[in-house]
Every structure is written in C-alpha cells, then in structure tokens.
Design a protein around this ligand. Structure first.
Ligand SMILES: Nc1ncnc2c1ncn2[C@@H]1O[C@H](COP(=O)(O)OP(=O)(O)O)[C@@H](O)[C@H]1O
Ligand SMILES: [Mg+2]
Length: 468
C-alpha cells in the first residue's frame, strides 16, 4: 500500500468536509476529554478509599457513602458524555457522507457519455456506494475512536505521572514497542486488506452482471453457474475477512497483552525492591488498573490504520470522478426552427484509431423524411447519437438549421431533437412520472401524449390509471 505522505492530501480533503460541522465536532471532542477525565478519576477515587479508609478500624459511614456516590456519578457521567459524543460524531459523519454521495452522484450524472462506453457500470456503482461508505467509516470509527483513544491515553498518562513518576516512566516503555507492533500489524494486514477490497469490487461487478443479464442467464439456464461464481467470490471475501480477524487475534492482542504483562512485572519488581513507603499499594493498584484500560485504545488505534488507508484510497477514487470532465454543450439558446440537417465530412471513432464513421456527408432539408439503411454495425445509431449531441463532432461538421451542433445549448438540443430508441427504458415509477420525466406537465397533456402513441386505451384499463 502507498505511503502516508501520498495519501495525506486526500485524507485532508475528506476531513475538510467536516468543516461545516465544526461546532458539534468541537463539542464532541470536549465531551470526549471530559468523559476520559471522569473515567480516569474512577481508580483515583478507589485508591483514595483504599489508602485512607481501609486502614481505619471504624469506617465513617458518610465518607464511604460519599465516595461510592462520587465513583458511581463519575461512571454515569462518563457513560452519558460518551453517548452524546457518539451521537454528535455519527450525525456529522452521516451528513458528510450524504454530502459526498450527492456530489459523486452529480458528477456521475454529468459525465460525458463517452465515459460510459469504456467504464464498467459496476465500478461506477462501487464508487457511489462502497467508496462513500468507507469514507463514512473514516468519520464514524476512525476520527471518533482516534480522538477517543488519544483522549483516554492522554488522561491516563497525566494521572499516572501525578500518582508516581517512576512507575509512569516504566509505562512509557510501552509506547515505542506499541509503535513497532503497529508497524508489524500494518505490514501484515495491508495486503490482506487490499485483497478484501478487490473481492468487494468483484462481488459488486458479479451482481451487476447477473442482474443486468438475468434474461440471458435464465434463457440459457446458467443460474447455477452464476450462483456458484457469486458464491465463490463471497466465500473468498469471507476467508479474507477471517484472515484480518485472525491477524488481529494472533498478533495484536497477544502481543499487547504480553507487553502489559512485562511492564507489570517491571512495576512489581520496582515495588518489591524499593522500601515499602516509596510506592504505596494504592498507587500500584491504580497503575494496574490504568494499564489494563490502556490496552483497548491502543488496539483500536492500531486497527484503525487500515481503515484510514482504505478511506484515502476511496477518497482518491471519489475525487477523481468529481474532477473528471463533464458532458459539454454550447451556449446558443435560440430554439431550432425547421430542423434542416447538414453533415459534412464527418468522422467518428469511439476508440482512437478505430473509426466507425468516415467521410460522411448528407443533407436533409427541413420537414423532410429520410431513412438510413445499411447493415448492422455500419454506424446508423452512432450517427443518430452524434445528432443528439452525445459525442463531440470532430473532425467534420454537423449543422442543425445551419448552426454547428457544438454551439447549441443542451436545452435547445433536447427540445429540438428527439430520439425514439430501440430499447425502451421504463423506470420503476408511475406512468405519469415515466411520461413527464420531471417536467411540469398537466395530466391532460400526458393523456394527449399517450393517445398519440396509442397507449391511452391500455392505461385507461389500469386500476391506478396514470398513477399506476
Ligand atoms: N458505445 C460504443 N463503444 C464502442 N463502440 C461502439 C459503441 N456503440 C457502437 N459501437 C461500434 O460502432 C459500430 C457502429 O455501431 P452502430 O452505430 O450501433 O451501428 P448500427 O446502428 O448501424 O447497427 C459498431 O462496430 C459497433 O460495434
Ligand atoms: Mg443501431
């Protein structure tokens, strides 16, 4: 996987999407620190109890009750703060992802049509859904848990140093070793995580292919083969996911646990060798408690790295799509009149070097009716696409009403040129919505249109009529 410096700009850009949510985020971070402080204060309260109250024969009831209450209150406060903090983070994360998804979708819709000739649909879908989902993980798990872990570790270190600096120094050995463990984990998990993403893309592509080709698949009775293929892919995904879990189970946890055990030994050694007074049992208790709690945030920090990398890679793919060229139209907004067509020396290729049309010249006077007849694959539909303005015309000229097609605005083109396609596209919506396609048309106008294509009697028989 790529190194961090190359991914950082993308991560920064992704994080910048959180900027409009600065206020709730600041509040959430504040809550995090408060929660960490409340959590860290728990063992201190207990050590106070052990230190001051246990040695006395008669425990003063009110002091004990007070301490119990303070301890409970701190835990409840920590839990409540954590709840509200999680709520704030998640809300921000979801709105950021929604924003990103809207922008990606807009970009995808504005792409030049030529892009769709070469790019598999599955890839586009995976950018809009999966990649943005990974970015959501960046916000929900990484940002939240990194901030949380850092707050917790910071608060514990402060408490440790306040309690006993010598023991705290022993605990500091932890950090360089943890960095090594993190590096090792990263080293071994990176290839697995990368494989995981390929499998996700494969599964997406497979589904897309199967659903799009359902007619053909069933016609040739290929259900079983396709089912088996999808099953293989999803099994591979499962295996790889298990590998990441195993890595976490074998490497991360045992390694860190061993480390904590070693540090504990060091502390006990220091405790046993030094005169009793120097380090109290109480302080030792608090330290053991803190060390136990450090485990979780450190594991979290380590396992978040891969999500962060995945998010950066996903972000790159998203931004690449957003910054890609958009379908281009001219600015001439005057409506088309008669609709005379003149084509001169037109050439066109979907792929460079593989011309589909060559030296095409034709004229169709206004209000005339012509038919293009030639064998399949000769380029008739391509010519129609060019007249719709789907692709840039170059070289050659294509004049509508004597005006070059590339100067016409999108509105003029769509109002002046209509195409009746071979494959009808029917959206899963009402008849009304399928006819109007978002335009403001009255029901009467829609009925009129249906009459013209002889669909009116059929729609009349539908129980919901236009809104069926
Ligand atoms: N979107 C596309 N991308 C690449 N090549 C295409 C695309 N559409 C059509 N072609 C190729 O262009 C040629 C002309 O196709 P087309 O215009 O559909 O012919 P016709 O409509 O006359 O049957 C064919 O060789 C076809 O394979
Ligand atoms: Mg055709």
């Amino acid at each position: 996987m790529r190194n961090w410096t190359s991914l950082w700009p993308t991560l920064k850009r992704l994080l910048a999407y959180g900027r409009p949510h600065r206020r709730p985020l600041t509040l959430a971070v504040l809550m995090l620190w408060l929660a960490a402080a409340a959590e860290v204060a728990g063992p201190i309260v207990i050590s106070y109890f052990i230190d001051h109250i246990l040695p006395e024969k008669m425990m003063p009831f009110w002091t004990v009750a007070g301490l119990v209450l303070v301890f409970l209150a701190l835990q409840v406060l920590a839990a409540a703060l954590r709840y509200f903090q999680a709520l704030l983070f998640n809300r921000t994360a979801l709105s950021v992802v929604q924003q990103l998804r809207t922008e990606v979708m807009d970009a995808a819709l504005r792409q030049p049509l030529s892009v769709f000739d070469t790019q598999p649909v599955g890839q586009l879908i995976s950018r809009v859904t999966n990649d943005t989902e990974v970015v959501k993980d960046l916000y929900v798990t990484v940002v939240a848990s990194v901030l949380r872990s850092v707050a917790l570790i910071g608060a514990m270190l402060v408490a440790m140093f306040l309690l006993d600096w010598r023991l705290a120094c022993i605990s500091l050995i932890l950090f360089p070793v943890v960095i090594v463990v993190m590096w090792l984990y990263q080293h071994y998990s990176t290839p697995i995580v990368r494989r995981l993403r390929t499998y996700v893309a494969d599964i997406n592509d497979g589904f897309n292919e199967a659903i799009n080709g359902m007619g053909v698949i069933q016609q040739f009775r290929q259900q079983q083969r396709f089912g088996a293929k999808l099953q293989r892919e999803s099994h591979a995904h499962l295996q790889t996911r298990m590998a990441t879990l195993r890595l976490e189970g074998y490497l991360l946890r045992p390694m860190l646990s061993l480390l904590f055990a070693l540090i504990l030994c060091g502390m006990l050694l220091l405790f046993g060798l030094s005169p009793r007074v120097a380090i109290g049992v109480v302080v030792l208790y608090a330290f053991i408690n803190y060390l136990g709690r450090l485990n979780e945030p450190l594991i979290e920090l380590t396992s978040q790295q891969s999500i962060m990398q995945q998010a950066a890679v996903a972000g790159e793919r998203i931004f690449e799509l957003m910054e890609g060229p958009a379908q281009h139209y001219g600015l001439d907004d005057r409506p088309l009149g008669g609709g005379a067509i003149a084509v001169r020396d037109l050439e066109f290729a979907y792929r460079r070097g593989l011309p589909v049309l060559r030296h095409i010249s034709l004229t169709a006077p206004a209000k005339s009716f012509i038919a293009l007849v030639w064998h399949t694959g000769s380029g008739k539909s391509t010519l129609a696409s060019l007249m719709m303005g789907y692709y840039p015309v170059n070289p050659g000229t294509l004049l509508l009403d004597g005006r070059p097609i590339e100067t016409l605005s999108h509105r003029v083109l769509r109002q002046g040129v209509a195409m009746v396609q071979q494959d009808p596209v029917v959206m899963a919506e009402t008849v009304y919505a399928n006819v109007t396609l978002g335009r403001e048309l009255s029901e009467q106008q829609v009925w009129h249109a249906l009459e013209q294509v002889q669909l009116e009697p059929l729609v009349r028989t539908l129980p919901g009529g236009l809104h069926a």
